[in-house]
Design a protein around this ligand. Sequence first.
Ligand code: FAD
Length: 534
Amino acid sequence: DKVTTPPGFKEAYQNFAANGFIAMDVPATYGGSALPVSVTMGATEFFVGSCIAFSMYSGLTRGAGHLIETFGTEDLAQRFVPNMYSGKWGGTMCLTEPQAGSAVGDLTTSAVKEGDYYKIKGNKIFISSGDHDLTENIVHLVLARVEGDPAGTKGISLFVVPKFRVKEDGSLGEWNDVKTVNIEHKMGIKGSSTCTLSFGDNGNCIGYLLGEQRKGMAMMFQMMNEARIACGLQGAAASSAAYESALEYAKVRTQGGKTLIIDYPDVRRMLITMKAYTEGMRALLLYSAYLDDKENVEKDPATKEKYAGRLSLLTPVCKAYCTDMGFRVSELAMQVYGGYGYISEYPVEQYMRDIKISSIYEGTNGIQALDLIGRKIGQKNGEYFRELYEELNGFCGKQAAHPAFKDEVASVKKALDQVGQVTMKFAEWGMGGDILRPQLHAVNYLYNLGDTFVAYLLVDQAIVALAKLEEIWKSQGADNEEKKSKICTENDEARFLEGKVKSARFFVSSILPQVTARAKTILSEDLSALKVRF
Ligand SMILES: Cc1cc2nc3c(=O)[nH]c(=O)nc-3n(C[C@H](O)[C@H](O)[C@H](O)COP(=O)(O)OP(=O)(O)OC[C@H]3O[C@@H](n4cnc5c(N)ncnc54)[C@H](O)[C@@H]3O)c2cc1C
């Protein structure tokens, strides 16, 4: 029995690897390309948007390799990482067990020391890329508990467990007693294998400790945080692909005589909603990539920490906001298509199926929201949050009198104030010993922060776009609305810039008001959800 990927995946993977796309943003030490994260993210959106399932294999390999590179000994890194980055071997992350999903600390996979290595025993479920035919070996990063270590997350260690053992000279040795017991049949990302793996059924599975014993969770968070941003990118990429498909379709489909459906106001509403969300998510993710790059290049430890802190604050927002909104955008794409959208012959039903999992794995979006309110907002006594707040507040102050965008800026400021008000309320509830109410409203809070931040980024972009558009109009002597409109119809760059302005105005007028509604919900006294007898 073996796990076989769809036709074409193997050739595509070899090509992808040969072009150096697996490890674009990691150091060159073991074969990475050391490109900025922002550049990598721009490119990766295309790959992910083309096929989420395919991109899982390379994404997990890069993440696993980078984890070994960061925390492993020189010997361990040399033995595994170059072959992973080159595409010869794959990688996975093995956390989940039947009884330990969101609560990873409940895992029971065990590790017993035997000389230089550990004997691993246990079952992992839902392991993406857990087995496949794309590479000759697969390197699993397995969370397990060394016998005698404490229960919960503080007793967890991290192990490098190859499918086939690797000899001293780097060649492949015997099978390492890692058995694929099952592959899941699922709603989407069907080309990505989701495996149940049994480690050490025959007592012959060896693993190498990565980093320090009992520090497994902290190390795994490097891969998880990267994967959370990658999930957000899946949301943005699926949105982008779904939007582009729906737009193309709306331009050719007629209904009601010769009317193209793109000319119906309701279809236009759906299309601009998709466009605004997609551009907003992309901006949010590129902002996070910029923080990552700054953290990497800054020399001063305090400045480095500032960027790392802000990135960690925004990570749950990138993950949960972009995946939930990505799903909504893909749903709108189906609606634009009408009945054809529901039919497999057209691409959008696949985007919708594929993207749903991103709001579940890597910590469900509910868990992301709890991470945001329970850990991230209060990190370093709330300093990272305050700095973020000040960035937006500063922007609103600076642009308050902007001739073209003062209304939008005022709306962003209002939303920001409401985020601030709710944050204070959460702190008040928390200090009063009420932890259930913040938890009840955590997802709404995350959406509010996401909407407000995205609105800020879109308006900021629109201000730049309008200035450039005015230059084009001026250079072409467009001194009235008719001439300006003609330029925007005929000139691609002008149309793009005008589209940026429209995205921002639409987002602020039609999506941002949800912040007020959610804030009202959060601050209401209604506790029915907690009290209802189901
Ligand atoms: C296709 C696919 C691929 C996957 N790939 C991997 C992989 O590569 N590696 C890996 O290790 N795992 C993987 N997973 C597992 C995935 O990460 C888990 O399914 C996910 O973390 C949720 O765990 P669970 O399914 O046990 O749900 P549960 O933890 O049972 O959650 C069920 C519901 O309860 C909520 N909930 C749980 N705890 C809390 C809480 N404390 N507060 C509030 N709400 C809570 C959740 O938000 C959710 O809505 C994959 C899963 C799938 C389906």
